[in-house]
Design a protein around this ligand. Sequence first.
Ligand code: FNR
Length: 351
Amino acid sequence: MLFNPLKIRKVFFRNRIAVSPMCQYSSHDGFANDWHIVHYGSRAVGGAALVMTEAAAVEARGRISPYDLGIWKDDHISTLKLITDNIERQGAVAGIQLAHAGRKASVARPSEGGSPLNELNGGWKVVAPGAIPFDAGFQIPDVLDLPEIKNVIDSFVKAAQRAQTAGFRVIELHAAHGYLLHEFLSPVSNRRTDLYGGSFENRTRIVLEVVRGIRKAIPDLVFFVRISATDWLEPEGWTLDNSVALSRILKDEGVDLVDCSSGAVVPYAKIPATPGFQVPFAEMIRKETGILTGAVGLITSSVQAEAILQAGQADFILVGRQFLRDPYWPLRAAQELNLKGLWPFQYGRAH
Ligand code: FNR
């Protein structure tokens, strides 16, 4: 099944393997450059059906680090277009993840230590649902008021329109990993008492407003939403039951696939990261709601990926770090599963 094609709306995927979004921390002022063109293009040559870019910030202050990819201004479109053209010419579908880092924004890139930055040392003021820092040493965020929430929603919708102009055919909304949208979802980071906090309905409001805005602006796009299916703080955090309930609504709102990650809203949750540890979330959401799901997290072998699909646990396999080790992972996986003839003809003499 790993190499069975899949059609979602009008978009044809040649197999079930996607490059999971992974920050490259290689942009200046949000602009894509040669690194992105080569990096993403290589994974398209390597056989992925969907090559998803890293988190692209919908506002400059929504970047994790100063070097994040951005899509907050029209000027970003032309270099993004070079990426999508390159990916699509190699037979893969180009996707982009739209993100706002909220209270986890403004940190140094990992290769420079990853510490929080402020306005005096190259960072900027961060915003969040509440004045609760992510961890010791992180900024106390500015609290988004109602007009500012409207602006953030508008930034996501405008970013989606730019993504479409740039040629992306899949858009993934990043509502996971403790970034802004997840900060609204989780009761541990959202203690608001207005329309955007308190009840499940209120905490999910911003996500649903963004989803509706994007779906209305771009009716034909293939639309994924990445969630942290649990905060690993049950029962007081965001729970798997909450994720099932949200996914049911997302399906009704025209979302095509829920990409099931987990955690990262607080630094102290204990996460049992073993091979395929998040797959049961994709399975549960798929079975309970009927929406397509993506499985991600420590999926590194062809046999493991095939078994997930065979067991009906997910529809797409998102692969992260294994793609950093090996851009040709899908082609090797095909060989392991005894499928022949997938390597590009240019490399034929080696296979
Ligand atoms: C990530 N991850 C990630 N997730 C996401 O939703 N948006 C992002 O931009 C990033 N950036 C990122 C950068 C790097 C260097 C890594 C290693 C990871 C998480 C990633 O998409 C994936 O969910 C996890 O890495 C787990 O999958 P693997 O790596 O075990 O296959």
